[in-house]
Design a protein around this ligand. Sequence first.
Ligand SMILES: *Cc1c(COP(=O)(O)O)cnc(C)c1O
Length: 366
Amino acid sequence: MEKIFVTKSTLPSYGEYCELIKRIWDSHWLTNNGELHNSLEHQLSEFCDCSNITLYTNGHLALENALAALNLKGEVITTPFTFVSTTHSIVRNNLTPVFCDINTDDFTIDTDKIENLITEKTSAIVPVHVYGNICNVEKINEIATKYNLKVVYDAAHAFAEKYKGVNVANYGDISMFSFHATKVFNTIEGGCLACNNEDLKKLLDRLKNFGITDPDNIDNIGGNAKMNEFQAAMGILNLKSLPENINERKKIFMLYRELLKDIEGIKLSSLNEDIEYNYSYFPIVVTDEYFTDREGLIQNLNEIDIFPRKYFYPITNEISCYKDYNFRGLTPIAHDISQRVLTLPLYPGLGEENVKKICKIIKEKR
Ligand SMILES: *Cc1c(COP(=O)(O)O)cnc(C)c1O
């Protein structure tokens, strides 16, 4: 039996990919603003309705550069209910993360708790559109304006989404999207930053290429995080099939919701009518009264070769590399949800039968 993982990477047809990368053999141009790179960057600008997009070799280095570009100091308010990359990018910039708790219904940062955490040292907010649930961007913008803070969204999960008709790339000072193999849109490894002005884009372009402005001038102490032509080729082809991909995901997502909606002991993420989702994840939260242990449920699913993931557990302020850090900010809700959350398989081609099988096991475990 084929093993079913939480996701399955989207690939174009083998023939199509070979056809496109043939151009690389013709040009002998592998990286550094190649033809395919520039074409993808342009296409993504149009797709996101955002004129300042810069491609990266992965989402994590993009996020590190976003924080570096804004010249931040001191403390950054963020959420621990995310992939470790968010917190690492803050700490690796010599900034101090201050953790804010999350909402119980959509798992994004609880904007009512941000202001209490602000001090003279606070320079930015780094919220996460976790599972593609868009944060309360209006309230975050209001707080950022009032206290003169920068906002960098970890939008790794939110590519192609819209909030109130506006592509999510257009909120905050900078948004980071990940194009990792496991994400809804992939360039093998990859990512991009979307920002709100041209000078900032130019700075980001330099930071990912050693700070080089032109052959005679190196104006920043940059690293190397450029996207290469093979990645861009994958992106160009996967972008074409993205609408269909999202449509397929939506069908599976809705079937899960239908089958799991009235089961006592299972909480689903809330849906917001203002959001056009990409349907990239299907988290469920099991409640203590009905499920004695999440591990037992995982085991039952593993027995029939189904492998859900404990996204996100542990929360980042509880992972071992940060055990001596004594971070400020209490996050009991994030802690509690991380103990009980399980992310189910979701990808085009998963098949109705498999979804039904998974839901049946979940009901039995109850
Ligand atoms: C995937 C992910 C990242 C990192 O992106 P990479 O492209 O894998 O480097 C950062 N934050 C979140 C929330 C992610 O899910």
